[in-house]
Design a protein around this ligand. Structure first.
Ligand code: BG6
Length: 483
């Protein structure tokens, strides 16, 4: 479906996310001719100087993103600057005036800290700005625990129905994540063996090399569990594990996702010591450069975790007995995100132990970034007429060589999905709340049983305890250099 004419209002337009992701994504869509002629982007800022300053900053960002110069001006022409204080109802008059009485689809993107979600929604309603097709887009994190997420969801529900509420998790907009559903449900080969019958275990890694960046205030209060696990990692796990929805449609997909989240075995109380690992980076080296430890970057000591590993189990018919290991952190050795599926070994080796070769299990690597693609590890005979030699080799399908098309950024897809009214790649409130229900007891357990994160050197793969977590089960983390 084509994108209908729209007015997109961005709260927090001068913030990091808007500048880094939202404006470049919109400019890219504009360049492709996807945005209807009369559509507008209304950038909400709080300070007078931003009214002049922000368009210049956006122009610089677009330039950095490689948007051609002759495309920047036409994009900026869509921009309307609006000065408003999110907490002051009387200032919403400016927004009401800028929106006028157009029939265009109105979307309100709340790219702000979550404590502003409720006041913004209330003030939008008070100012009588919402139309019958208006929708609101909520950026993560959606609250900081189940109670605050519920309060936000309730407040939003008072002004808009669930069908017009879009909760973003940008991982769902990534090509490789969408491809996970295609891989599973458009190929007979995998789905038949996608269960405890054939799968030994699963690893989900999201490793970053960046540290605190400019987000100390937010990140130190949240920690890595809330910043990455509650949303991105749990979404990956869920899509990996869902039952086949009867069609690719928001309701059907979301129903299946919720079932998986509900089946996740709780980790409560002292169990956090057995099944989770918290870490915080110390000084170290990234790409040959010395970098500071977390506390030094922050300027004071802190018990906030920058690394989390968890051994999860999904207690349902399909997955009973298959551990899913999650691992994610800042300042790790490489930027590398992947789902690695290890199949069970063959039941009996006809090759005996004669050659002394170990038969490795088949492994499927779904690589999100970098080098996105899919690799399948098979055992192969080394050519030669001497002794039989068997080694693992990879079937390697990379996006960059398999397709000519450019891989769009996640936000390009998600922003136009909102305007088109497609909720498939957004989270239902029940999903978000269910994810918090699983995460909250772990964070509470940490306070009681695991208050101090383990230290790891920046540029490593996290604390040694994370290696212990998987090795205790006789398994090991996949080697990112294998792929
Ligand atoms: C964000 C987190 O949601 O995702 C950041 O708040 C993190 O801390 C980012 O750096 C990672 O996203 P990506 O797309 O670079 O993997």
């Amino acid at each position: 479906t084509p994108v209908p004419p729209f007015d997109l209002v961005i709260f927090g337009a001068g913030g990091d996310l808007a500048l880094r992701k939202l404006f470049p994504a919109l400019a890219q869509r504009n360049r492709e001719g996807v945005l209807p002629e009369e559509s507008r982007i209304l950038a909400v800022v709080r300070k007078e100087e931003d009214v002049e300053g922000l368009p210049k900053q956006i122009a610089r960002r677009l330039d950095e993103e490689g948007i051609p110069k002759d495309q920047v001006e036409p994009f900026l022409r869509r921009l309307t600057m609006v000065m408003l204080d999110a907490l002051k109802p009387e200032t919403y008059k400016a927004l009401k005036k800028a929106l006028g009485d157009s029939e265009r689809v109105r979307s309100f993107y709340l790219s702000t800290p979550p404590d502003l979600f409720i006041p913004i929604c209330e003030n939008l309603a008070k100012a009588d700005i919402l139309t019958p097709t208006s929708r609101v887009i909520l950026e993560k994190p959606l609250g900081r625990d189940l109670a605050s997420a519920r309060a936000i969801n309730d407040a939003v529900a008072r002004i808009l129905p669930e069908s017009r509420t879009y909760r973003i998790d940008h991982y769902l907009g990534k090509e490789t994540v969408q491809n996970l559903l295609v891989l599973r449900f458009a190929n007979t080969l995998f789905e038949r063996s996608w269960s405890s019958r054939d799968i030994d275990h699963v690893q989900i890694t999201v490793a970053e090399t960046v540290g605190l960046e400019q987000r100390a205030g937010y990140y130190d209060k949240s920690g890595h569990m809330r910043d990455m696990v509650q949303n991105h990692l749990m979404q990956l796990l869920t899509l990996f594990a869902i039952e086949p929805p009867n069609m690719l449609e928001a309701g059907a997909v979301r129903d299946e996702k919720i079932k998986v989240l509900k089946a996740l075995r709780p980790i409560v109380g002292p169990d956090v010591q057995r099944f989770t690992v918290r870490g915080q980076y110390g000084a170290g080296q990234i790409d040959g450069q010395r970098v500071k430890g977390y506390a030094d970057e922050l300027g004071h000591a802190s018990n906030t975790e920058t690394f989390v590993a968890i051994r999860c189990e999904v207690d349902n018919w399909r997955w009973a007995g298959v551990p899913i290991y999650l691992r994610t952190g800042k300042r790790m050795a490489q930027r590398y995100s992947e789902i690695a599926v290890t199949f069970k070994p063959v039941p009996h080796s006809i090759f005996g132990n004669g050659g002394g070769d170990r038969l490795d299990a088949n492994r499927l690597f779904i690589r999100l970034q970098p080098n996105d693609g899919v690799q399948l590890q098979l055992m192969m005979k080394v050519p030669g007429s001497g002794r039989l030699k068997i080694v693992p080799r990879q079937l390697d399908l990379r996006y960059s060589t398999a397709f000519d098309e450019r891989t769009p950024d996640a936000y390009e897809r998600l922003l136009t999905d909102v305007i088109r009214g497609d909720q498939t790649l957004f989270m239902h409130r029940d999903e978000v709340e269910q994810a918090w229900s699983w995460v909250d007891p772990i964070i509470a357990g940490w306070q009681d049983y695991y208050p101090h994160p383990h230290r790891y050197a920046a540029g490593s793969w996290g604390p040694s305890q994370a290696i212990g977590l998987i090795e205790r089960d006789g398994r090991s983390w996949a080697d990112p250099d294998l792929v």
